[in-house]
Design a protein around this ligand. Structure first.
Ligand code: FES
Ligand SMILES: [Fe+2]
Length: 387
């Protein structure tokens, strides 16, 4: 057997690279605030360490390093006593500001008894923690925007989901430019797709419809015509998606949160939540159950991503075609969160806009859907003629 020289020259090799051991600078949502207010300390593995989250006597939620500076006990296994978290090992009491307040068996507290207290943000029912490997506090202009419907009676309550994914969190961020996977992995049909990156935000504008070959319309239910989505990452890990589902005679407005925090270089916790706007059609329980249904639907979408991530390799040099989104530019934007503030280069934060020309993908996908529907029909006809 001979190997063709040109074949050998032209093989593209994958550069897998290695996931960074540093964790992104930014606000990270760790869940609904309410879930931390049950009077118990909570353990959160994040940023390569363990944190303890607890509410003080006023209900204000505090976050400290979980490992006690005395002898290394795990504060998240301790007890809340007044405004402090008491270590299960020797009962040292740590206040929400990181200072040791009291050692019940000691004459005095050593003056240097201070542990790390993390900056928190309690907003719109969600709890955020600020991570900065350089140890600086959050700048005033690096914020998470308010979500209008979050605490409003005109919207449903949050329906919230949490799952752990065994891969580096860049995989989920890549999704923001990946139009084609929506068709193949999520069975949706994008017809318009645009990205804008600027400062610490990255946005995906997408309009589309469902794939009628994969998700046939169930008789008796209103037919979904399409969806309109504006999804923005504010910082490295918190995405707000204003998502409108269009039906024959009405729209459903929803806000989907897609956020994560890293546990280690190859593990992250993915969380997503949804609220739905109430309308004449959907009041009270109906809006809540609509949010639940959407949540379950979105959960399926993430499961489809996870299945891909479980089996794929990390890739530093994706081989792209013209109809792919701007993966390299997105990663340049994402890099700003992994370097010191002094090393954030203009090309990481400059405005960048890219609208995909969807003409060719839409034509190809239309054909594929039609072919699949025709094949299904032929199969059904054949089955009917046998009987
Ligand atoms: S290790 Fe925490 S009190 Fe001793
Ligand atoms: Fe996806």
């Amino acid at each position: 057997m001979t190997i063709n020289q040109s074949d050998r020259d032209e093989v593209r090799e994958i550069q897998a690279g290695t996931a960074p051991t540093r964790f992104a600078r930014g606000w990270h949502c760790i869940g609904l605030t309410e879930s931390f207010k049950d009077g118990e300390p909570h353990s959160i593995e994040a940023f390569g360490t363990k944190l303890v989250v607890f509410a003080d006597s006023e209900g204000s939620v505090k976050i400290l390093d979980a490992y006690c500076r005395h002898m290394g006990g795990d504060l998240s296994q301790g007890t809340i006593k007044g405004d402090a978290i008491a270590c299960p090992f020797h009962d040292w009491r740590w206040g929400g500001n990181g200072k040791c307040q009291k050692i019940p068996y000691a004459r005095r507290v050593p003056p240097l008894a201070k542990t790390r207290a993390w900056h928190t943000l309690d907003q719109d029912g969600m709890l955020f923690v600020w991570n900065d490997p350089e140890g600086n506090p959050p700048p005033a202009d690096v914020t998470i925007p308010r979500i209008e419907g979050a605490l409003s009676d005109e919207w449903s309550d949050w329906v919230w989901f949490t799952t752990t994914v065994d891969t580096n969190c860049r995989e989920i961020v890549d999704n923001i430019v990946d139009m084609a996977h929506f068709f193949y992995v999520h069975y949706s049909f994008p017809t318009y797709f645009k990205n804008v990156f600027e400062g610490h935000t990255a946005t995906q504008y997408m309009r589309g419809t469902a794939r009628t070959d994969m998700r046939p319309h169930a008789a008796g239910t209103p037919q979904m015509l399409g969806s309109d989505s504006t999804a923005t990452y504010f910082g490295p890990s918190f995405m707000v998606d204003d998502l409108i589902y269009q039906y024959e005679d009405h729209n459903i407005d929803s806000v989907l949160i897609n956020c994560h925090y890293p546990v280690s270089a190859d593990k992250f916790v993915l969380q997503y939540g949804i609220i739905v706007k109430k309308s004449d059609r959907f009041q009270g329980d109906a809006a809540d159950s609509m949010a639940k249904n959407f949540g379950t639907f979105i959960a399926k979408g993430f499961e489809q991503d996870v299945e891909i991530w479980k089996n794929k390799t990390r890739i530093e040099n994706p081989l792209l075609c013209e109809e792919d989104g701007p993966v390299y530019q997105l990663r340049r934007w994402y890099e700003q969160f992994y370097v010191d503030v002094a090393d954030v280069a203009p090309e990481m934060t400059e405005r960048f806009e890219f609208e995909l020309d969807t003409a060719r993908p839409v034509a190809a996908w239309k054909q594929e859907v039609e072919d699949n529907l025709a094949a299904k029909k032929a199969e059904a006809d054949a089955a009917a003629s046998v009987h």
